[in-house]
Design a protein around this ligand. Sequence first.
Ligand SMILES: [Zn+2]
Length: 606
Amino acid sequence: MRSPSSSIVLDSPRRAALAVLAGVVAAGPLFAAPPSPGPAGAGGRPPSGVGPGLSGPSRAREADVVLRGGAVYTLDAVRSWAESVAIRKDTILYVGPDSGIAPYVGPRTRVVNLEGRMVLPAFQDAHIHPISGGISQTQCALYDLETKEKYLAAVAKYASEHKDAAWIRGDGWSLAAFAPTGIPDKKLLDPVVPDRPVYLESSDGHSAWVNSKALSIAGITKETPDPPGGRIDRDPRTGEPVGSLQDSAMNLVSGKAPPYTAQERQEGLRRALRLLNGFGVTSFQDASVDIDSLETYRALDEKGELTARVVASLWWERDKGEEQIPGFLEERRKYTKGRVRATTIKIMQDGVMEVQTAAMLEPYKGKPGARGLEMVEPEALKKYVTRLDKEGFQVHFHAIGDAAIRHCLDALEAARRTNGPRDSRHHISHLEIFNPADIPRFRALGVVANFQPLWAFADDYMVKLTLPFLEPERARWIYPIGSLYRSGAVIAFGSDWSVSSPNPLEELEVAVTRMGPQGETKDPFIPEERIDLPEALAAFTINAAYVNFQDDKTGSIETGKLADLVVLDHNLFTIKPEAISDTKVVLTLLGGQLVHGDFSLAAPAR
Ligand SMILES: [Zn+2]
């Protein structure tokens, strides 16, 4: 969700439906994912020319690495299983039973005995903010502290340890710690840091908690109007700003802080890549980039340090219009290189449920007239999206409320009416609360439903800040992942890190159980909306690869595809669903190169 209003402004800025798009009929009746038009067909079939009678590999067939004796879940179109994978350079040469691996083993081949460990295609995150996430680890981190008292203690400690810092910046506080309003107060911060500005973003990136010094540097007084797409929270009696800023109002303060240096950004991205590779992620879609972020990716790619394939979503400035598009075309041309493709435009259409900035068709319960914030006027949105579609961009929306979701779909429908269908793979992220009439439109329009499944359980955000403001019949349609799946839509998953954990195994567990991954809850939240493990795995692999326009090369384990894969210490299909998030990634390969762990398969320390 994180918007570029962040102080970390670098981010400023199935079946049938698919088969029709690709002009192919998927083979799998049950779990078929987007068919992958890779150079070889279904996994498990050795390349032609391999057969009985060959005692050793020809030079062309000798693998660099052979993984054998594993539970290899290929995520190919028919969801086949295998035992062995052979890799040469960056490419998968063979996937199939152990009995077929011998021709690939030569004197130089490293053979790794998996002893039943699981192999999957490496994970792909369809919505994440790596650079800001990495930078935030170097600042005042408030994640997981959960109470006001602990936040204030962490701020005091950070301020005393960083006496030279002109600004105290940090993030990760939870709106739930300030329930029922979700709005913190400057009066708590002022005694802790009276003389320097403090700017602290909420964990979802949509709110900032600031002290009086920060408000005064920004010139915010009770006379200051709310900016478009934002809100300055005020004392209801006096009109005084209380020290809490929503969405675009955050920029009023963050814009006064010194920008991060190129070195700070690159170090942030390095940290993020280490973390993501450790969780088995080797591809992602950065959900909001600006020029500084594009330069950061380019710099690391040129140094050979970019250990992920990246799709960058260029940030649509919502106070501007079509005049932005020539700039996007130029950025796409300039920055689509190496492992980076700047081929997507991110449009943030509303805010979030917890502070009632999500755009709703009907008012929030008990708040007459309050229907949230719509960031781009719906008729203008149609015009912009039609133009972007015509220019060949993929559009990646942020939509949380049912009105925002509907208006994004309306815009995509208008684009299709004008431009005709094309292989556009537009997607809408977050998708918190639906009007059920809009569910079938995803498949009908070929729009990918991009969920962040870690949010789909009854945590404090849900129980204290969301459910009280929705009638039960509306609350039924929160994160309806199962319904979207059953409608035939393509489901992709992302973490939205640093909003929430970047560990796909935590996300997968919640998608399958609708319960807290650390045992936070005992009952599933809207259990009808659970999905099965094969679909959940597809959403983090082949379907996310589809969103990233690289399902022809990645996202499944098939001969001819790139060797982006992970080894897990347990087979996810043989453990309890509640144990999925406890599973560890022991090895991650990106194009056949080790980016996490080693071939001894010892569980690496984090
Ligand atoms: Zn986001």
